[in-house]
Design a protein around this ligand. Structure first.
Ligand code: NAP
Length: 289
């Protein structure tokens, strides 16, 4: 019996996960299909039948279900518990285990592709949604010097920092701050001037639907000596990264993180080393269309 894997989220029209996950399954001769399981909020309860089907092997989870999925699982791994978000479901016999591979994916992307360690870094994160949770968790787990979360709804950033700080910053080794995300916010300007790592964890700049030319930060606030990351990977050079590069900063888009979180999920589902280079090539080809 062929086994089933899929991506649970909504909307999913532009996802390239099926392309690179299927390429990896086929290359290793694993008899499994990876599909898009588009699931709007109002149909989310139907997911239970899929997860408990005899041929279910595992799943990725994305917007808007990374938190809600926890109620359908038997156990969470320590990173999923710490972040409060699940992006990978793994079947272990009759049990369903929730993992968060975004955290490891981001750390690996920073290290391998960004050539930057998070230990002792001063990190500024724009946005306070699910992806920002993974970035803040990564920075805390790696021992960052400081983390500032900037959000247009500062209460969302305060909740994120409060929750993750209580779980991952027990000895307060990392200083945690919150600012607004508006042109005239002085705390934001100060955090941008001082940071070593700046991460766009909002969808602003995505090729579809989020206004490709909107600016999150005034160009003069982009730090020339920092590593500037955008979790968006389509287009590969987002407006945010283009401006940062123009200012002289090192830049990193979201594709390495996407591939590494997917590779970590693949290894948990199959118990086999993921063919990372092949997955990246398949993803790049899909993005070129
Ligand atoms: P999310 O949970 O919906 O959170 C998005 C965050 O961005 C929220 O804080 C939101 O604020 C803020 N935001 C949205 N539009 C904004 C705007 N115009 N100006 C300022 N802030 C804005 O989404 P997510 O899961 O965190 O994903 C964020 C991005 O990261 C997406 O593009 C996603 O594709 C990408 N991502 C990439 C990877 C990867 O592996 N490369 C992994 C995960 C996510 P409000 O709540 O006020 O709207």
């Amino acid at each position: 019996m062929s086994q089933q894997l899929g991506l649970i989220g909504f909307p999913l029209g532009h996802s390239i996960s099926p392309v690179f996950q299927q390429a990896a399954l086929d290359a290793l001769g694993i008899d499994a299909r990876y599909e898009l399981w588009e699931t709007p909020r109002e149909r989310f309860s139907e997911i239970s039948a899929r997860l408990r089907a005899p041929d279910f092997l595992g799943a990725n989870v994305t917007i808007p279900h990374k938190q809600e999925i926890r109620a359908y699982l038997d156990e969470l791994d320590p990173t999923a518990r710490a972040t409060g978000a699940v992006n990978t479901v793994v079947r272990d016999g009759d049990r369903l285990i929730g993992h968060n591979t975004d955290v490891a994916g981001f750390i690996r992307a920073m290290r391998v592709d960004g050539r930057h360690e998070l230990v002792e870094a001063r990190v500024l994160v724009l946005g306070a949604g699910g992806a920002a949770r993974a970035i803040v968790a990564a920075a805390l787990l790696e021992g960052a010097n400081s983390v500032t979360v900037a959000a247009r709804r500062p209460e969302q950033a305060r909740a994120l920092v409060g929750e993750l700080g209580a779980r991952l910053n027990l000895n307060q080794q990392t200083s945690l701050e919150v600012t607004g995300l508006s042109a005239d916010d002085e705390d934001l300007a100060e955090a941008a001037a001082e940071c070593d790592v700046l991460v766009n964890a909002t969808p602003v700049g995505m090729a579809w639907g989020h206004g490709g030319e909107s600016h999150l930060l005034a160009p003069e606030l982009l730090p020339p000596a920092a590593l500037v990351c955008d979790l968006v990977y389509n287009p590969p050079l987002t407006p945010f990264l283009r401006l940062a590069a123009d200012r002289g900063a090192s830049i990193l888009n979201g594709l390495p993180m996407l591939i590494y979180q997917g590779a970590a999920a693949f290894e948990r589902w199959t118990g086999r080393p993921a063919p990372v280079d092949l997955m990246r090539r398949a993803a790049e080809e899909a993005l070129r269309g």
